[in-house]
Design a protein around this ligand. Structure first.
Ligand code: NAP
Length: 240
């Protein structure tokens, strides 16, 4: 795979499944469990290689020779996605409309696929809070997360598509954190407390819910052009 990377700053600075209870894998269905802690425990119990060691079931040979543009490719998941970096397009901030012309100009030949990986997670847990448990909400950070994680992939993908620079596929690295069912499964009513790292985090979850419906709409719009749109949840990995 020949990869291009767009970045931010100086250097350039499993699929989401709509789940029904009757379809999850504890009931013989094919959809993964919404509860990721239970999902991992079950995978260990079943010695399920699909979850425990993706390399035993994944064949990446179809990517051989493909040109791929990855946003946010300087670290962690984005960096891991690229074995070979062909070129870097510096200075691409996915929140900036004006950066899209630079991005499009930097992609000389159309790419086979775009992987929208750039993302941002505001650290402090957000919650409304009441009484003794004073909450913390940061609306500016919430809007920033929505801009980077939801509007960003649309901004990038639409600019490249309209310029005729995407041949096959748009992949959006999103999160099951945008799923209402996941939220209610992982954080059932009454479970919220400030020691729970999943407490609140309004901006993160709102940004991914918005991202997920954006991806569905984008897939409808690009389908006639034979460009598919795929939403991917990368599971949980330590952030920087
Ligand atoms: N890690 C997890 O457990 C997890 C779970 C679910 C979903 N995800 C999603 O998977 C993706 C990768 O996760 P990760 O943990 O590898 O993320 P990460 O370590 O936070 O890396 C995100 C990348 O996005 C770039 N970025 C941030 N804001 C940007 C902007 N405005 N314009 C362009 N690039 C920008 C960052 O560059 P700078 O450092 O220069 O800002 C960085 O290279 C993210 O979209 C994340 O939301 C991760």
């Amino acid at each position: 795979m020949e990869a291009m990377m767009s970045g931010f700053g100086d250097m350039g600075k499993t699929m989401m499944c709509a789940q029904e209870d009757s379809f999850d894998e504890t009931r013989g269905g094919t959809h993964s469990l919404a509860d990721q802690v239970a999902r991992f425990a079950k995978a260990k119990k079943d010695n399920n290689a699909r979850y425990l060691d993706i390399t035993t079931v994944y064949d990446g040979s179809s990517l051989k020779g493909k040109r791929v543009l990855v946003t946010g490719g300087e670290q962690n998941l984005g960096l891991e996605l690229m074995k070979e970096i062909a070129s870097v397009i510096p200075g691409i901030d996915v929140t900036k409309d004006e950066a899209m012309a630079t991005l499009v100009a930097g992609v000389a030949e159309p790419v086979d696929m775009v992987i929208n990986n750039a993302g941002y997670f505001y650290g402090p847990a957000e919650s409304v809070g009441a009484g003794e448990n004073e909450g913390h909400l940061n609306f500016a950070q919430e809007l920033l997360m929505i801009d980077i994680c939801s509007v960003g992939p649309l901004r990038v993908s639409s600019a490249l598509f309209k310029a005729g620079k995407i041949k096959e596929k748009v992949i959006i690295i999103t999160s099951q954190a945008g799923s209402r069912r996941w939220r209610l499964t992982q954080n059932p009513p009454g479970s919220l407390d400030t020691s729970n790292p999943f407490t609140g985090n309004y901006g993160h979850h709102m940004s991914r819910a918005s991202c997920n419906i954006m991806g569905v709409i984008l897939s409808q719009e690009l389908k006639p052009a034979n460009v598919s749109v795929q939403l991917a949840h990368p599971a949980s990995a330590a952030r920087r």
